[in-house]
Design a protein. Structure first.
Length: 53
């Protein structure tokens, strides 16, 4: 009876939602990702700061 081990997707999602309810954690702000490097793009202001140091 392996089928009993599988959990409903909806049930799983609701369980995670319940677990995270007490943590008032907002998702991290979306940052544009470079499709080639798959790394966050460095903004021009950050580039200037890097050049100074």
């Amino acid at each position: 009876m392996k089928e009993q081990n599988f959990v409903n997707g909806a049930d799983l999602a609701s369980r995670f939602r319940r677990n995270d309810a007490h943590l008032n954690v907002s998702p991290p702000p979306l940052r544009k990702y470079d499709p080639v490097k798959k790394a966050p793009r460095i903004r021009k202001t950050e580039q200037k700061q890097l050049k100074v140091f």
